[in-house]
Design a protein around this ligand. Structure first.
Ligand code: PLP
Length: 398
């Protein structure tokens, strides 16, 4: 099997798996119990919180564990309902967010919250002028801006610093869904003016069903789950101790090797684009084209950030007009290749990709997307095998 769907989920790392094991068996105490056996579990949670906070350069008091990226996104957005009791409420988000944001936004709209969906350009970058205009119009409202750090389909990286400073200029709060970016690219929470940030464990070789919401310390968010005093009373329920321990262990690995892995992935990403353009007639790169600029065009220091070229290091996304993405995936599956047409949450649905439509692709082309999300362990032989399989599948489909 060649697994090229790491944006959907990743394999559990051996280290994370080993770290979790004792908390599934011997160390099963309830972290809320006051005896030493329970407090041992509590200590494991707090060590995890401390580690995750240190990777984001924030305080452990600002990290709240959740049941994953979707829950963190829901919490961040729903919190708007509890702020500024009397003033009208306004949510500004982009047209290319994950359904965890877009559907929550629609739900808020049904409750009377004013929602603006800010467009993006052909590469997937947020229209900052449109954002500023919307912010101007929403002065005197309680306002939250929610824009993803990295798009899960086409990998575009937003200018978080600019978005954060615009939001603050108009007294709005800034949430970023960093589920795809966390552990992959540097995120400077304070510098970028991020007030709320969502991350998820299973995208970085941690276990599924656990994530975090960073909440800036001076913000008072309403509780998401009501009950016990866990997570400072804001997210009640006995904690997922093994999950949190595994998340922290996976994050430790992800952050300590981020740049080394990232550089390998982006070299593979660029090679993939080059080979697909050479071998598969009609292929169009979706979003930022990293081949447009050669490395030599970038700052001499060749920093990891500059080499990323505003695209996630492991993200390859192309459209092959005339080819139906879903049937292409089935043919690739027969060759042992796991890939995706976009987000896993949307697969099986007959709707075209909302992200491809938002970057200006036609309805027909928006059905022809192919996303390959890579790991650094991919070999060039596997890459060539995949290019050949795509080429054959496209010929067959045509
Ligand atoms: N946000 C983005 C950008 C994602 O890619 C995903 C998962 O694909 C989520 C949110 C949801 O995260 P989780 O699967 O942890 O609920």
């Amino acid at each position: 099997m060649i697994y090229l769907d790491n944006a959907a989920t990743t394999a559990l790392s051996e280290t994370a798996g080993k770290a979790m094991e004792p908390y599934f068996s011997d160390l099963y105490g309830n972290p809320s119990s006051s005896y030493r056996f329970g407090q041992e579990a509590k200590r494991a949670i707090e060590a995890g919180r401390q580690a995750l906070a240190s990777f984001l350069h924030v305080s452990p008091r600002e990290i709240y564990f959740t049941g994953g990226g979707t829950e963190s996104d829901n919490w961040a957005l729903l919190s708007l309902l509890g702020w500024g009791e009397k003033s009208p409420k306004h949510l500004l988000t982009s047209t290319i967010e994950h359904p965890a944001i877009l559907r929550t936004a629609s739900f808020l709209e049904s409750l009377g919250v004013n929602v603006s969906r800010i467009p993006v350009d052909a590469k997937g970058f947020l229209d900052l002028e449109a954002l500023e205009n919307a912010l101007k119009q929403s002065e005197n409202t309680t306002c939250l801006v929610s824009v993803m750090a990295a798009n899960n389909e086409i990998g575009t990286l937003q200018n978080l610093q600019e978005i954060g400073s615009l939001a603050h200029r108009y007294s709005a709060l800034f949430h970023t869904d960093a589920v795809q970016a966390f552990g992959q690219i540097p995120i400077a929470v304070e510098e970028m003016g991020i007030d709320l940030l969502s991350a998820s464990s299973h995208k970085i070789h941690g276990p599924k069903g656990v994530g975090l919401l960073y909440i800036r310390k001076d913000l008072k968010l309403p509780a998401l789950l009501h009950g016990g005093a866990q997570e400072r009373g804001l997210r009640a329920g006995t904690e997922n101790v093994p999950g949190i321990v595994g998340f922290a262990a996976a994050a430790r690995e992800a952050f300590s090797t981020m740049e080394e892995r990232g550089r390998k992935k982006l070299a593979l990403r660029n090679l993939f684009f080059k080979r697909l353009l050479e071998e598969v007639p009609g292929v169009e790169i979706s979003g930022v084209n990293p081949l447009e600029k050669r490395e030599a065009d970038f700052p001499a220091e060749n920093t990891y950030s500059s080499l990323l070229q505003e695209r996630l290091p492991g993200n390859v996304h192309v459209c092959i007009p005339g080819i139906e993405g879903q049937s292409l995936l089935m043919l690739l599956d027969q060759k042992g290749i796991c890939a995706s047409s976009g987000s896993a949450c949307a697969s099986g649905s007959l709707d075209p990709s909302h992200v491809l439509l938002a970057i200006g692709k036609s309805h027909e082309v928006a059905f022809s997307g192919l996303r390959l999300s890579l790991e650094e362990s991919l070999t060039e032989e596997e890459l060539e095998y995949t290019v050949e399989a795509i080429k054959e599948a496209v010929e067959k489909s045509r």
